[in-house]
Design a binder for this molecule. Structure first.
Ligand code: THU
Length: 159
């Protein structure tokens, strides 16, 4: 038996330490929680996805009485971007979430399905997507979606 470790690098920023463009992206993600349709979970998530050409696509979670029909904020933003600007690489995504008590104190982290969807964009464009995860305590910044999904299934074995 051998063992190896996989390390991920997470930077923890105060909001005021972020660059202006990163802070703006986080603010947009926070604002998008107002457009969330979450009558079942009451968990409102917002996402803002920046593309290489400066466009920003926004999303929020959209639920349904048939629970699996709903979609997370991250994929709502990403699929809108992919449908409207299919040839432009995403370069950064900011995510924020709040419940009835307000924004989460710990940075929100995306679900596995969203990680998988965004990772494929990263691989398709050969362009890492920086990840900004908002919490009232601070913002986690990761250099790439791959950091959140090591040992990736990347589809390269599909024929
Ligand atoms: N949700 C997101 O939109 N993004 C995440 O990263 C985690 C979960 C949504 C899905 C569902 O509408 C609600 O939050 C509760 O799971």
């Amino acid at each position: 038996m051998t063992e190896f470790n996989i390390n991920i690098s997470v930077q923890f920023y105060d909001m005021f330490e972020l660059s202006e463009s990163d802070r703006l992206l986080v603010e947009k993600a926070k604002a998008m929680t107002d457009t969330s349709y979450a009558p079942y979970s009451h968990f409102c998530v917002g996402a803002a996805l920046a593309l290489a050409d400066g466009q920003i696509f926004l999303g929020s979670n959209q639920e349904n009485a048939v629970f699996p029909v709903g979609l997370c904020a991250e994929r709502t933003a990403f699929f809108a971007a992919s449908a409207n600007a299919p040839e432009v690489a995403p370069v950064a995504i900011a995510i924020a979430a709040r419940n009835s008590e307000g924004f989460q104190s710990k940075p929100v982290t995306p679900c596995g399905a969203c990680r998988q969807a965004l990772l494929e964009a990263e691989m398709r464009f050969h362009q890492p997507i920086r990840v900004l995860l908002y919490g009232t305590e601070g913002v986690y910044v990761l250099p790439s979606m791959k950091s959140l999904l090591p040992l990736t299934f990347d589809g390269s074995e599909l024929i």
